[in-house]
Design a protein around this ligand. Structure first.
Ligand code: ACM
Ligand code: ZN
Length: 601
């Protein structure tokens, strides 16, 4: 009997260890893990059946070379063979794929996007340790996304990020099966896209003299900032993204957020200027003049060049934060209101947005705008991006607009993710990982018949106070991974389970030198008890990392003990016990110091 119990426990242990190998993010739709493994080493052959699959095989070869020093040969074959096979099957729709691993082969079946995603799943099965031989669990994964639009906004308008930095962001997005990069390219503080017909946009609009670095004071860094992407660079980035199943949705934000444009071409403002690209963040009164026909000409010319660069069906035309004070006092705007029989300046914004969206439609594209454009009466073929909470998106879906949910109440990943006093300076807000992960786009408030209009979700990374790649990483990860699971997975969510899988993923990000925010140890939280002692259970947020802690106020990085099981704290009424922790990854990165207080009632 006793022996049976021991065997049972050993078996359980095996199952557990076995299951430990599979930590996918986002969670696939279906997975069946089997007994045994497939061994990949320097003798393993790679195959593809079609030129479409060949590009993925090349990426897989790069992955193996870079992370495991394995240089594997690849060859074309019509028939499935032993080894790792990328099988292009055009009958498999869209982003769907199947991954089969048995004892002598790994096969990915999919169309163009599906093969790429099957490969991402396969890569996530690899351990972060650099070994010459890798054991992959035998399994079947059948997978497809919940939403077609799974996006991230990169705000290059506030701060310019280089081509290499942008590509790296695309690589990371793609590894979590995100498929839309919303590229915010035009702002009050910078114009980032070369337009041949209007060279001053980048000669003047791409550069500012200095930048505000603290929201609560006019603190300027005194440093010029700027940059823009040439059309050649943009084509390169668009193609790079497309190879990774990412569509770039460019944003030309208008009629507001256009001070950089107006600095170059003040004649299409209401007052005539002069202007300069802004150096202090905030909403600007000066916007494009909607009464001047020349404005429409310039905007359409710019759009023509953008459409030539960006094959995306969806084009973001902004529409947010456009004060109407200038339009109220502008003879041209007032004349336009009369001429078009419009009620007021808000209706003029509706007219403006409709004209731009009609123009896009005439070119076979589709306009997408921030939720303000709903208030000024956008047409139902125009897509809405809900950012001021979910209200705009809910309302828009009920009016048959297709909607992308990007509510600032859940998905603004420029907001703080820990106690502000313990985090790098940022714009404000508070959206810790668990809050982001809890977001459900199909809320009760959207009747089921309108669910089809919620095309997806997006996290927005605004850059007012993010000017380095390190800080970008810190703000984006791990919250962007939570967003990826919201967008992809239809399995129901469990935060604990997510954080378990995430711990492996963070170990990988550490290996890739991504400066993600190391989460607090799970279980670290203020508590009160009437007992004289309390047991604190912590969980390490990064696989193979450790928690160092103190209970006497000392710096845990200097004097901390390694956490190796529940901590018993003796409580007193006089003074709460402060449990201070740092998390250290295996590669030596250290978190900020996190703490919690434990008190006797
Ligand atoms: C926005 O955050 N102004 C769209
Ligand atoms: Zn005007």
């Amino acid at each position: 009997m006793r022996r049976n119990v021991v065997i049972f426990i050993l078996l359980l242990g095996t199952v557990f260890l076995h299951a430990e190998n599979v930590n996918l993010l986002p969670q696939p739709e279906y997975m069946l893990q089997k007994e045994g493994t497939f061994t990949l080493n320097s003798n393993t052959k790679l195959f593809y059946n079609d030129a479409v699959a060949e590009k993925d095989v090349k990426m897989f070869q790069d992955f193996l070379r870079q992370h495991f020093s394995l240089a594997l040969q690849a060859g074309k074959s019509k028939k499935i063979k032993k080894g790792v096979f990328f099988f292009y099957d055009e009958t498999i729709p869209g982003e769907e794929y199947k991954l089969e691993i048995d004892n002598d082969k790994v096969v990915i079946y999919g169309g163009s996007a599906g093969l790429f995603y099957g490969m991402q799943t396969l890569m996530q099965l690899f351990p972060a340790e650099n070994t010459a031989e890798v054991s992959l669990p035998q399994l079947t994964v059948k997978d497809k996304p919940r939403f077609n639009y799974r996006g991230a906004l990169l705000d290059a308008g506030r701060y310019f990020f280089s081509v290499a930095e942008t590509k790296r962001f695309i690589d990371l997005m793609a590894s979590y099966k995100l498929n839309i990069l919303h590229w915010h390219l035009t702002e009050d503080g910078g114009w980032r896209i070369e337009i041949k017909k209007y060279p001053k946009l980048t000669e003047i609009g791409a550069w500012r003299r200095e930048t505000q670095v603290n929201r609560n004071a006019p603190t300027q860094d005194g440093l010029p900032h700027g940059g823009y992407y040439t059309q050649e660079q943009i084509r390169d980035i668009v193609a790079y993204a497309a190879e990774r199943n990412i569509t770039i949705v460019p944003e030309f934000d208008m009629p507001g957020h256009t001070m950089a444009l107006l600095s170059a071409y003040p004649e299409i403002s209401c007052t005539g200027g002069p202007f300069k690209p802004i150096e202090m963040w905030g909403i600007q009164e000066d916007i494009l003049c909607a009464g001047n026909e020349e404005t429409y000409q310039v905007v359409e010319d710019i759009l023509d060049e953008m459409l030539d660069l960006f094959p995306s069906k969806i084009i973001h035309i902004g529409g947010d934060e456009a004060p109407k004070a200038r339009w109220k006092n502008c003879p041209k705007c007032q004349a336009k209101i009369k001429e078009e029989n419009l009620k007021d300046e808000n209706a003029l914004q509706g007219y403006y947005i409709k004209r731009i969206c009609d123009y896009l439609e005439s070119k076979g594209r589709r306009g997408l705008g921030w939720d303000e454009i709903l208030e000024s009466g956008a047409e139902s073929n125009t897509m809405i991006m809900s950012w001021r909470g979910e209200k705009g998106g809910i309302e828009a879906a009920k009016k048959n607009h297709d909607v992308v949910m990007a509510p600032s109440t859940y998905l603004y990943i420029d907001y703080y993710q820990g106690k502000p006093e313990n985090e790098p300076y940022n714009i404000g807000g508070f959206l810790p990982l668990e809050r982001v992960y809890s977001y459900e786009p199909l809320t009760k408030e959207i009747p089921a018949e309108f669910h089809k209009h919620i095309v997806g979700v997006q996290a927005n990374l605004w850059m007012e106070f993010i000017h380095t790649e390190k800080k970008l990483d810190y703000m984006a990860y791990p919250r962007l991974i939570a967003l990826a699971e919201i967008g992809w997975s239809d399995k129901g969510k469990n935060y604990r389970d997510f954080t378990e899988r995430l711990s492996y993923c963070l170990e990988w990000l550490d290996k890739k030198d991504v400066n993600f925010r190391i989460p607090e140890p799970y279980g670290l939280a203020n508590a009160e008890s009437s007992a004289s002692s309390i047991s604190v259970n912590l969980r390490v947020p990064v696989h193979n990392g450790k928690i160092l802690y103190t209970t006497n106020g000392d710096d845990p990085l200097v004097n901390g003990k390694v956490y190796d099981g529940p901590i018993q704290l003796t409580l007193s009424k006089e003074k709460p016990v402060q449990l201070k922790c740092v998390v250290k990854t295996q590669r030596g990165r250290v978190s900020r110091t996190y703490d919690a207080f434990y008190k006797k009632l």
